[in-house]
Design a protein around this ligand. Structure first.
Ligand code: PEP
Ligand code: MN
Length: 281
């Protein structure tokens, strides 16, 4: 028995709709697709993604504070990266999501992005979760590397119980014994979370498998089993990605993928959110 209150169906029977921005909502009939590189690398990179995909995806992702296993690896562009996201966000009128790693980053990030992501490595950073209760922005909460479903739901409960009703859960794979894929995508958790909680659930197949050729089939499976959206890594030059190159899709593959999701969404009585192409440039 999960000791959550606000996150559960017993508290709120209806599925919650989370407004990511004034124009983008997640949790309704329409499936939301967020795409973009692992990390913001430069303006040209982020602009290319927005330019090519603004008629295809609904939100743009890109990390500026990167939680890397090695302290010697690229740690993200920080505030300079936030300026890039902010510029492209307003030029292309596209909502932006980026990862917040510490309480001290919340204020500046909230000024530049539409949704704050809590990465797997911080899912049980309880002080961060409590502070995000007061962030005034929707939160994309990713499942911890080895978190149980109960721990995941309780992490969401921290944010909700500290005043923020807008939480989207993200299944991104969990650690297991087999290293053939980076992690194991737990689609059973998606079904469970949809049954237990009233929160939207999205899936990140990129970090779950770590290999680009697995991303499209698992994205389809995620929609088929009830996910409300997807977050997928893509890059104008995938092999040149400074981080997570092996799992990055090309922008063309991303367009094909979104197209291929449409019949799957129809089969489960959903649809892929219709996107108006941005007028800019
Ligand atoms: C990411 O989305 O950039 C990321 C680091 O993912 P995760 O926290 O799921 O590893
Ligand atoms: Mn990544």
């Amino acid at each position: 028995m999960i000791d959550a209150k606000l996150a559960t169906k017993s508290h709120l029977k209806d599925q919650k709709i989370v407004n990511i921005s004034e124009t983008l909502a997640c949790g309704g009939e329409s499936i939301v697709i967020i795409g973009g590189p692992c990390a913001v690398e430069n303006l040209q990179q982020i602009e290319s993604v927005a330019k090519k995909l603004s008629g295809t995806i609904h939100g743009l992702r890109g990390g500026v504070y990167k939680p890397r296993t090695s302290p010697y690896a690229f740690q993200g562009m920080g505030e300079e990266g936030l300026q890039i996201l902010s510029k492209v966000r307003s030029l292309y009128n596209i909502p932006v999501v980026s990862e917040v790693m510490s309480i001290s980053q919340i204020e500046i990030m909230a000024a530049h992005v539409d949704m704050l992501q809590v990465g797997s490595r911080n899912m049980q950073n309880f002080d961060l979760l409590k502070a995000l209760g007061q962030a005034g922005k929707p939160i994309l909460l990713k499942r911890g590397l080895a978190a149980t479903i109960e721990e995941f739901v309780m992490a969401a409960e921290y944010i909700l119980s500290h005043g923020n009703p807008d939480v989207i859960l993200c299944e991104r794979g969990i650690r297991s014994f087999d290293s053939y894929t980076r992690n194991i995508l737990d689609l059973g958790a998606v079904v469970a979370l949809k049954q237990i909680t009233n929160l939207p659930v999205i899936v990140d197949p990129s970090h779950a498998v770590g290999k680009r050729e697995f991303v499209a089939p698992l994205a389809k499976a995620a929609i088929a089993c009830g996910a409300d959206g997807l977050i997928i890594e893509c890059h104008p030059e995938p092999e040149k990605s400074v981080s997570d190159a092996r799992q990055a899709l090309s922008l063309e593959d991303m367009q094909d993928l979104v197209e291929s999701l449409k019949p799957v969404a129809t089969a489960v009585e959903r649809n892929i959110l219709q996107q108006k192409r941005a007028v800019c440039c």
